[in-house]
Design a protein around this ligand. Structure first.
Ligand code: BG6
Length: 491
């Protein structure tokens, strides 16, 4: 006879509450991600999605809005009439001004009794304090509630601390999910497996066997309609402070003792704290700020940053950053780390390139002058890992030519790959914090970035111009050349 099973309490229903529910992020990313989870039956049956906003809509008006606007952000192959209707049935809408305590009564009435609650704050961070305070005032936070904080989390260290303090009055750290969607990307998570699920790289994953590391997040798009946000932010705050530094942490961290959230985040924190602080002289020498001018993108004419809608004519906001960083620890001593990101670059390409050391002495007179072994990890648009090796060119003589061992992750696994937001939303629902930033990580990242921003302010130089559709200002190549390296597309 089968052993009696322990009786399990039925799972509580789930309310997913999105502040800024009709905003850009919700329309482009969150609602499509929740639809995909609904379609693939990973969203718990009892989930209700409540969008909150200031528009005086009822549920019917909101579902009409979603029907009109959100479909376009879903892969047409995934649109299924019955599933879409089922998804719309899960939606609710509450008209709410986040600063008005009274409006939270209506929210409380809309939530399911005894539910688990996820509060997703997809609004300007200036509203976070009011939202958390009013949720608390209305008795809508308990120990099972979770809060998801969207970037930008602050404009500098002091504002990041202030947000963390305010949110921390109402939610404990384990209830707080600071999202960086790069941590939800399949290949980024795969980096952990590549490094810690294999033995062949780890002994070489250090100075002096690694000559340099480069991390590029290049975008082909321009600022689009986001100048209102972007012009006061710039590439350093928008991309480097969060996405690029998080990628760097995964490349550079020591093996964590387990996948436990704090075990992983402790190691990432150590990397951030080991970044060598930059002086004004370092900033002048080792950083490049750029801004795009008119050019072409994907074969079409592209206007310069100054001609984009809502960009002030004298804006000096950077749309490109390249810099050389150093990590002050035994593993990375003397290994330059190059970070680069920009809008309106030659193509959309995110990749990490590990350049291994040159052979100490070559016996091949015809050996080409180029990097010998490189590990290239492409995050997007396609996902693959390439290991460049030297091989003998067939024929007489001993001519060397680089060839690559290719791992095409998309064809190696023919399973659906969830988008970053879908994966991270499921993590929030399941309470898995490993791929979210802890407070101390966020603040350590700001502590390193802030002096660079201050030095730029003091140096008061205009960003260097680069043509839309190029790989950035020439000074970015020069930064690499000084170290005897080159960006992957130039090597
Ligand atoms: C966001 C930035 O965090 O990341 C945007 O605010 C940027 O400016 C975007 O375009 C890039 O994300 P992805 O996933 O398209 O590389």
């Amino acid at each position: 006879m089968a052993a009696p099973q322990p009786t399990q309490a039925p799972a509580a229903p789930l309310d997913m509450v999105i502040f800024g529910g009709a905003g850009d992020l919700s329309v482009r990313k969150l609602l499509p991600a929740l639809y995909m989870a609904h379609l693939h039956h990973t969203l718990p049956e009892s989930t209700r999605i409540h969008a909150l906003g200031r528009q005086a809509w009822d549920r019917a008006a909101f579902t009409q809005f979603v029907d009109d606007k959100v479909r376009g952000f879903i892969d047409p192959k995934a649109l299924d009439d019955a599933a879409w209707k089922g998804f719309l049935d899960r939606l609710g809408y509450v008209c709410l001004d986040a600063t008005q305590a009274n409006d939270f009564t209506a929210l409380g009435q809309a939530l399911q009794p005894g539910s688990d609650r996820v509060y997703y704050l997809a609004t300007a961070p200036t509203l976070f304090t009011a939202i958390c305070g009013n949720l608390h005032g209305a008795g809508l936070i308990d120990e099972r509630s979770r809060v998801v904080l969207e970037k930008p989390l602050g404009h500098d260290l002091a504002s990041a601390r202030a947000i963390n303090d305010e949110v921390g009055r109402y939610f404990t750290e384990p209830q707080t999910f600071r999202i960086d969607h790069y941590l939800g990307k399949e290949t980024v998570q795969n980096m952990m497996v590549l490094r810690f699920g294999n033995t062949i790289f780890e002994p070489l994953w250090r100075s002096p066997y690694i000559k340099s590391v480069q991390i590029t997040v290049a975008e082909a798009v321009g600022v689009g309609s986001r100048a209102g946000f972007y012009d006061g932010t710039g590439a350093m705050r928008d991309m480097v402070q969060n996405h690029l530094l998080q990628l760097l942490c995964i490349v550079a961290m020591e093996p964590p003792v387990s996948l436990d959230p704090d075990a992983v985040r402790d190691e990432k924190l150590k990397v951030l704290r080991s970044l060598r602080p930059m002086t004004v002289a370092d900033v002048a020498r080792d950083t490049v700020r750029g801004q795009y001018t008119a050019g072409a993108s994907n074969g079409d004419k592209a206007v310069g940053y100054h001609q984009e809608a809502n960009v002030p004519a004298d804006s000096t906001t950077e749309t490109f950053v390249a810099l050389r960083a150093h990590i002050n620890n035994w593993r990375w001593a003397n290994v330059p780390i190059f970070l680069r990101t920009g809008k309106r670059m030659a193509e959309r390409r995110s990749e990490i390139v590990i350049e291994f050391a040159d052979v100490p002495y070559t016996i091949f007179p015809d050996a080409p002058r180029q990097p010998v072994n490189r590990l290239m990890i492409r995050l997007q648009p396609e996902e693959h890992v390439q290991l460049q090796m030297m091989a003998k060119e067939p024929g007489s003589g001993m001519r060397l030519r680089p060839v690559s061992l290719d791992l095409d992750l998309e064809s190696a696994f023919s399973v659906r790959r969830a988008e970053a937001y879908e994966r991270l939303l499921m993590d929030v629902i399941k309470g898995r914090l490993t791929h979210f930033m802890r407070r101390d990580e966020l603040e350590a990242a700001w502590s390193w970035v802030e002096p660079i921003l201050d030095a730029w302010g003091n140096l008061n130089e205009k960003p260097r111009a680069y043509t839309a559709g190029s790989w950035g200002p020439a000074a970015s190549s020069a930064l690499m050349a000084r170290e005897g390296s080159a960006w992957a597309e130039e090597a």
